[in-house]
Design a protein. Sequence first.
Length: 220
Amino acid sequence: VVDSRLQGLRVLISAGPTYEDLDPVRYIGNRSSGKMGFALAAAAAARGAQVVLVAGPVQLATPDGVERVNVRSAAQMRQAVLSALPADIYIGAAAVSDYTPRVVSDQKLKKTAQTTGMTLELVRTPDILAEVAEQTGALKLVVGFAAETHDVEKYARGKLTAKRLDLVIANRVGMAGSGFESDDNAATAYWADGEREFASTSKQQLAGQLLELIGQRLDA
Ligand code: PMT
């Protein structure tokens, strides 16, 4: 099902979680499985796009015809994404950690008999999506995801303007049947002068529907 609007375009997609190491045995991570981003990569490749997939630590097979770059941390994801530019379309489907430990211990952090608690000092990670969106150049469309538990439209539209995106795909998280880990997802897409609901379906189906919308927004 080659799509003439996407055929030959370079589509850069981030997927999965990032892991922020605390020491050689522990990390801060999140529940992203990578399924949504991998489904988008497969659907874009099937439509004739040249796809680069920057994947956090996930256990998923690389879709046919997709070039995959594996990363672990937010810093590595940023580096891999920026190195893969220029692209025609960027889709940020990864759940990038917003914080990372200020220091990474090169030895295992030990507790003692006296230890009753511990405080971790975290620092903000760079916003990859906002940084990509700032790079004008070849980019025809920048698409972000918003994972929200409440006030979905408010936060999604906030990201659209704050990060200067063309499209935000908002999904509900924190409930069964959508968002993190699930095989299914439901979403609402927001752009400057429009929105569209996508009913719950498999991430594969939803990815195809989202790429159809992306094709339309390219034309618009
Ligand atoms: O991987 P799955 O299990 O299939 O689940 C899919 C998903 C729920 C993870 C995915 O659909 C999704 O919503 N991804 C974005 C999750 C998220 O972290 O949202 P956010 O609201 O924190 O971030 C908003 C956007 O900014 C995202 O496009 C994110 O990739 C990007 N971002 C965030 C922080 C950061 N430091 N850099 C970024 O690029």
